[in-house]
Design a protein around this ligand. Structure first.
Ligand code: FMN
Ligand code: ADP
Length: 312
């Protein structure tokens, strides 16, 4: 996949595309279904396929204090888009000026004049242009006026689940990791730097690498214990992750994200790690004593091992 940044290149003169436009948070199976249709149409027409996307959430541009909880950052989105086999990812900076273009002006000024889009695939429920006033029938008419073929993409049918980024965010927030991963088509991840905690973990036999999450804007799954795979210095370790307020041992009430790596011993401070969520084990709890917490963590370890084994 080639990457074109329209903040740098103002116009693409030597190419014409079969394209689709969107924010594509998470690059989930619904997005992939749409991109497959773009690829097929591109092949039929002998043209390159392209996904046009925004580096920053359009709402954040219009509303500075809006902090959406997202499924991925821009780098991760590009990484996932590359797995779809689309030929080009075109990054279009979303600006206040852009937000004021009507759908027809957007199609003319950006899709036609800047990008030379030959064919536009419109997601089955996708709306664009100022105030999202128009929809597919109008886009189709504008396309005829401007010389762009406009095709309405089909919706992906997937059981009873609604496949959307907001549905996946909801699933993560209630700990439905397996369901969320299935809709994403890959395992949800958080990454960060390993920082110092209260150094109690080692005294109870379970040292935990406390993670300062880089991506402050990402969805934090339900508080509790998870089976995870940890990526650290090009190696992958199985482990158990805890997200919670540590009510049994601490009273600072802050949410901590920490991982105990299985079969690992060493100093991890200041390293970066990335954690793949595999399964949800249980919710966060306050125990009466430290001993009861330790008994529970032993059981968590057994549960996590079972779940990770059944994934193999
Ligand atoms: C698998 C696992 C499950 C945990 N579950 C809980 C829990 O349910 N309630 C709780 O108060 N603390 C729980 N803890 C968190 C411990 O309180 C935490 O690891 C301990 O406070 C050590 O903190 P430190 O890393 O800052 O030293 C859990 C830790 C692990 C590794
Ligand atoms: N198996 C392991 N899993 C996680 N961290 C480990 C492990 N073995 C050693 N460590 C190290 O121990 C630290 C965690 O010990 P802990 O007592 O919980 O201290 P802290 O409160 O600073 O996290 C980790 O940051 C890491 O450097």
């Amino acid at each position: 996949m080639k990457f074109i940044d329209l903040a740098i290149e103002k116009e693409i003169t030597d190419l014409s595309f079969v394209a689709t436009v969107g924010f594509f948070d998470g690059v989930h199976i619904g997005h992939r279904h749409l991109i497959d249709q773009v690829k097929r149409e591109a092949e039929r027409r002998g043209l390159p396929s392209a996904v046009v996307t925004f580096p920053v959430h359009p709402r954040k541009v219009l509303q500075k204090d809006y902090q959406p909880a997202l499924l991925c950052g821009f780098d991760e989105k590009i990484e996932q888009l590359a797995t779809t086999g689309v030929d080009y990812c075109i990054s279009l900076p979303f600006t206040v000026e852009l937000s004021q273009l009507s759908a027809k002006e957007f199609m003319q000024k950006v899709l036609k004049e800047q990008l030379h889009v030959d064919t536009l695939l419109v997601g089955y429920d996708h709306r664009f242009g100022h105030n999202r006033e128009d929809s597919y029938p109008e886009y189709n008419q504008y396309g005829k006026d401007l010389g762009i073929n406009v095709i309405l993409a089909t919706e992906l049918q997937f059981g009873d689940d609604d496949v959307s980024s907001s549905q996946i965010r909801r699933l993560l927030k209630v700990g439905k990791i397996k369901e969320a991963n299935e809709l994403l088509s890959y395992n949800y991840r958080l990454s960060g730097k390993i920082v110092e905690g209260y150094q109690v973990g080692r005294t109870i036999g379970y040292p935990t690498a406390n993670m300062r999450v880089w991506e402050r804007y990402k969805v934090v799954p339900e508080l509790g214990v998870y089976a995870v795979m940890v990526h650290l210095r090009d190696l992958i370790y199985p482990g158990m992750l805890y997200i919670g307020r540590r009510p049994t041992l601490h009273s600072d009430n802050e949410i901590s994200v920490e991982v105990n790596l299985f079969d690992f011993d060493g100093n991890l401070y200041n390293q970066s790690m990335s954690v793949e969520f595999i399964d949800f084990i249980r919710t966060d709890r306050k125990f009466e004593t430290k001993e009861e917490l330790v008994v529970q963590i032993h059981q968590d370890k057994e549960s996590v091992k079972q779940r990770l084994k059944s994934k193999k």
